[in-house]
Structures are given as C-alpha cells and as structure tokens.
Design a protein around this ligand. Structure first.
Ligand code: AMP
Ligand code: MG
Length: 469
C-alpha cells in the first residue's frame, strides 16, 4: 500500500502526528475485495490483520489525527478531532484519484478528551454493512476496506469485543475542519484547506480570490443537496448530522446512529439522544442548509476583510439552498413515481400519496417498490391506494417503469437485519448470514425479494440507535 500524506501542510494543529496503539490479537473479520481492487491495495493476506489494525506500520507511513470542531446538536465544540481514528495517508486509485485510508478505533489520540479511542465490534460492522449498502444504492458515501477484531474488550454498556474499521474516503475535510481553523483565526490555514478541498473535489473551479471560495461554497451546497435527496430517496436517516459529520465532498460519513425508515413519516427519529427530532427524516434538508451556513461563516475571512461585505456575498448562496433543494426534491418524487414531465398538479399527487402512506403506516420502500412493479402487473397495490393510483395512472408513461426501477430499491439494509448481524458478531465475531446478505445488497434494485430480509418492520416503532459507541 503506497501512502502519501495530504493534510500535514495545512496548519500546525491540523494534522497531529500520532500512532495507533497496538492491539492484543488482531484478526481479520471482513475484507472488501472490490475496494481493495479499485485502490490496488496489495497487502498480503498474512499481513492484513496486522496492517489494518495499525499494529504494523511501514516506516514510510506517517499516521496523523486530524483536528476539527463541530456543532453537535447545535452546540459548538471548538476542539473535537479524531479522538479514536488515525489517518494513515492517501492511496491513488487506477484513475489517479486519491483516497484517504483511516483506521477508526485505533486508540487514543491528542483529541480523545478522556475517551478510550476504541470502537466496539457492533458499530464497526454497522459501518461496513451500511456504507456498502449505500454505495450500491447509488448514495455518495465513504467506504470500508476492512474490519479487524482487536482481541480486546471495549468497556461499553454492555462490554463488547473491540474492532477497528478501515475507512476509505475521498477526503476527511469536514465543515468542522473549516470551523476549527476559523475559530483559531488561522486565515492562512483556512485558505490552504479551502484550496486543498477545491483541488481534490472541485478542480473545475479555476477562479482566484473571493470568487474562488464563493464557487466552492456553491459546489458544497449542490453536493449536500444531492446527498440529502439521495438519502431521502432510499429512506435513510443519518441521525447525527453535526457539522463534524458533514464532509465537503458530499459523501455520507459516520454511520453511528443511522437507520432506515420503515413506514413513511417525515418525523421519524431513531436516535436515542435526538429528543427534539433535530435530525428527523424530514428535517435533514434544513440541517444540511444550516450546516452549509456554518461553512459559509467559516469562509468569511477568505471573502472580504470586512465581515459585512463578506456576509453580503455569502448570504445569497445560503438563501438559495431551499429553492435549489425543492427543485431537486420535486425531481426526486417525479422519478420515484415515473411521472411524465412536470405538471403543477404533481405536487398534490405526491402529497396525497405521502399522506396515505403516513395515515396507513405503509412501508416507504415496499410501497414504492410495489408501485414500480404494478406497472408490470406483477403486484396488487394496497386497497387504500386504489383511488390515488387511478389518478397516478394518468401521469405514467412508456418509460415510467424503467425510470422507477432505477430509483426505488427493492432491498434496503433493514434495521432488524443489521441488528441481527451485529448481535451475531458481538457473540462470536461472525455472522452466518452476512456474506449472502452483503451479496444481495450489491443489487438493491434488482434483487428478488427474500421475505425474511425485507419485511416492513412496522413493529420497530421503539427501535433506538446510539451515538459514538
Ligand atoms: P462521533 O459521534 O463518532 O461523530 O464522534 C464525535 C467526537 O467524539 C469525535 O471527535 C470522536 O473522535 C470522539 N469520540 C467518539 N468516540 C470516542 C472514543 N471512544 N474515544 C475517543 N474519542 C471518541
Ligand atoms: Mg464523527
């Protein structure tokens, strides 16, 4: 694995040299051959556990922990950072694009704030399953290369086996990374970080001066809109959309308290600590908008020495979020319903359907899958949708089925399936169903329905997920 370092020139406290703490008995549990192939990762199988636990580090590799701030549930923490992760460096893929390789759960760092720097096996395996599923669903996401068991116990409630997950991301530049440098008043570092993010993610931005950073914000807004729309298309609830968990690349990161919606309701929340519903399914666009506003604030020094003038230039971009989102969201529903173009009355058609779904506790995924299949005559729709579907029939056309089939999954990583697998791993470092399940999740739009993997799970009303475990 040929690694280069990427963040060491940004600012002194930005990437702090720090080494993973060795673990007792590393053993490889999961390895992602497709990602390894894409990145030409050539670690021999005899060495995988040692390398991907951080026990064995090549002399050319300089691991770092990155600093970042974050608004967590709206409250600002100036110094969060990688408290349980080490970035080994970046590898180039076959196209020459760089991908960060990060070990998560690899021990305490200067950012641990009293935490143990470790990760339990459950969250590590969850990140692996969810990111693979999301990737196959066509949602931008970080990937997982591997999960290694540490052979050690992590003291959670209840104690669990420890694990280290190898995360692959096109970068680890978060909104919180900008906040970190802005809070320190480090304008040079801020500019270096913005330039790195532009080079890496938005190389078509060629302008200089304020225009350059306004264009950057505009691109981040666009990517965040695409991201949240694709989450909502598949019923994903991130659960902890703090600014430190928002990448400027527009990839999903941090699969802590995430969950998939079952019966449709914009107010759906699963995270145990999200009592106000800040990160509810339907509030995700507002929060993405809010997070982009926090990025805009951090960019102020790069726009103008005069704050007011900078704000006057940045605000219109932030204010355009809602309209841009609505446009993309309307398009999403049109695709999910295979509508023939856009008509003013379509919003009513969509609203009526969503009200029927909510009032009758209909499963989001299965209903849209049934609507798709109904165009081929292969399913009977629930009777509560009869009169609505007559109106919908006037708006479908020849291509509706193929459009709908590409956007309405037939298989999603159901919460109960993920929990079942995590329970298996907590008990025996293994799950007999995982490999077949991961295989099925690779084809979420064509997979024929296996009832036991895909039931509507309307009994999950009390399902709860947890952060940072
Ligand atoms: P997360 O909830 O995973 O986004 O983490 C939020 C912050 O808490 C980040 O700065 C993490 O590095 C830190 N953190 C989470 N778990 C641990 C842990 N076990 N030890 C040290 N830091 C942690
Ligand atoms: Mg995080």
């Amino acid at each position: 694995m040929k690694l280069v370092s990427r963040y060491t020139d940004i600012a002194e406290q930005f990437a702090i040299a720090d080494r993973p703490s060795p673990v007792g008995e590393p053993s490889l549990l999961l390895f992602n051959d497709a990602v390894a192939k894409q990145l030409s990762i050539d670690v021999s199988s005899a060495q995988q556990a040692a390398v991907l636990s951080g026990n064995q580090i090549d002399s050319t590799v300089a691991p770092v922990a990155l600093g970042y701030s974050g608004h967590q549930f709206g409250h600002f923490s100036p110094r969060l950072g990688d408290g349980r992760a080490h970035l080994l460096g970046a590898v180039a893929d076959q196209q020459g694009l760089l991908w960060d390789i990060q070990l998560k759960g690899s021990g305490a760092t200067p950012f641990s704030r009293g935490g143990d720097g470790r990760c339990a096996i459950g969250p590590a395996v969850r990140e692996y399953i969810m990111s693979e599923a999301m990737h196959a669903l066509g949602v931008p996401t970080t990937r997982c290369l591997a999960v290694v068991a540490t052979g050690e116990t992590v003291y959670r409630q209840p104690p669990q086996p420890g694990a280290i997950v190898t995360r692959v991301a096109s970068s680890h530049i978060r909104v919180g990374s900008f906040q970190y440098l802005a809070t320190q008043g480090d304008v040079v570092g801020l500019k270096a970080l913005a330039d790195l993010a532009i080079t890496r993610h938005y190389p078509h931005i060629q302008s200089t001066g304020p225009e350059r950073y306004l264009a950057f914000l505009s691109e981040v807004i666009k990517k965040q809109i695409e991201l949240v729309v694709s989450w909502m298309r598949v019923g994903f609830i991130h659960g902890v959309m703090n600014t430190d968990n928002t990448l400027v690349s527009g990839e999903t990161i941090d699969y802590g308290p995430c969950a998939m919606m079952n019966s449709f309701d914009f107010d759906t929340v699963f995270s145990s600590i999200d009592r106000q519903g800040r990160y509810a399914f339907g509030n995700q666009p507002n929060i993405a908008n809010w997070n982009c506003a926090r990025l805009a604030e951090s960019l102020i020094p790069l726009i103008n020495e005069d704050d007011e003038q900078a704000v006057a230039l940045l605000s219109p971009l932030i204010n355009s979020f809602a309209e841009k989102f609505n446009h993309a969201f309307t398009d999403m529903w049109a695709q999910k319903l295979g509508l023939d173009g856009h008509k003013p009355e379509d919003s009513k058609l969509v609203a009526e359907l969503l009200a029927l779904l909510k009032d009758n506790s209909l499963d989001y995924t299965n209903t849209f899958d049934s609507l798709t299949r109904s165009l081929k005559g292969s399913v009977t729709l629930p009777s509560v949708l009869s009169s609505w579907s007559e109106k919908w029939a006037h708006r479908t056309h020849k291509q509706s089925y193929s459009i709908m089939r590409k956007v309405n999954p037939t298989l999603i990583p159901r919460n109960y399936m993920v929990e079942k697998i995590l329970k298996d791993f907590a008990e025996s470092n293994h799950s007999p169903i995982l490999s077949e399940y991961l295989q099925a999740l690779q084809n979420p739009y064509t997979q024929s329905i296996n009832e036991s993997w895909n039931h509507a799970a309307s009994d999950e009303k009390n399902y709860q997920t947890f952060c940072g475990t």
